[in-house]
Design a protein around this ligand. Sequence first.
Ligand SMILES: NC(=O)c1ccc[n+]([C@@H]2O[C@H](COP(=O)([O-])OP(=O)(O)OC[C@H]3O[C@@H](n4cnc5c(N)ncnc54)[C@H](OP(=O)(O)O)[C@@H]3O)[C@@H](O)[C@H]2O)c1
Length: 182
Amino acid sequence: MRLIWYTAMSMDGRIAGAGDDMSFLETIDSVGEPDDAWPEFIASIDAVVIGGSTLRWLVDGGHGWPHGDLPTWLVSRDAQLRARVGDVERPIHQREGDLGAVLDEIAADGHERVWLCGGGDIAGQALALDRVDEVIVTIAPTALGAGPSLFDAFCLEQRRFELDEVRRYGSQSARLVWHRAR
Ligand SMILES: NC(=O)c1ccc[n+]([C@@H]2O[C@H](COP(=O)([O-])OP(=O)(O)OC[C@H]3O[C@@H](n4cnc5c(N)ncnc54)[C@H](OP(=O)(O)O)[C@@H]3O)[C@@H](O)[C@H]2O)c1
């Protein structure tokens, strides 16, 4: 199973600003970008793992769970959150505790390409466990100064990745792809 952290971050490595402000995403323009990169990525994914704060942000913003067609593992202790999503096509499995056990369950269920949908908290746990296989990140031309980081943990072991791709994205941003060097 490959765990892929596909996201966007600020120049200073944050995936959201203070108070879950996501307005920095508007500073990423897609001028000249083929619009098939995201559809191709999501079509290649067969399961998703998401943290409670990321799903709460989506639900609170009225987006619901936009990937309800994919089997989803929600990592959260929030007893109300799953119900607040409403009806979805595929099950949302809510789990808590050791993220490694959650990832093992997803692998045992036969999924091969799993999107780590966020946020930085569960990405940090996955990195601590050395379970992050790939990072695909668009870097916005904006510094935020506050907010959760790409791997949001107090203290993590150093992990080295190998660069597969670096390119300009739109007129002001960059897209980088790394895989874990093991
Ligand atoms: N830039 C982007 O494209 C992007 C992508 C994803 C997310 N985001 C943003 O990032 C922010 C959320 O990221 P985040 O790092 O703060 O949080 P997160 O990883 O989405 O969720 C963290 C929360 O999940 C629950 N949780 C985490 N690990 C757990 C475990 N092992 N067992 C049980 N519960 C666990 C805890 O809260 P509860 O138990 O209360 O749920 C925890 O506070 C949001 O603003 C979101 O919009 C941005």
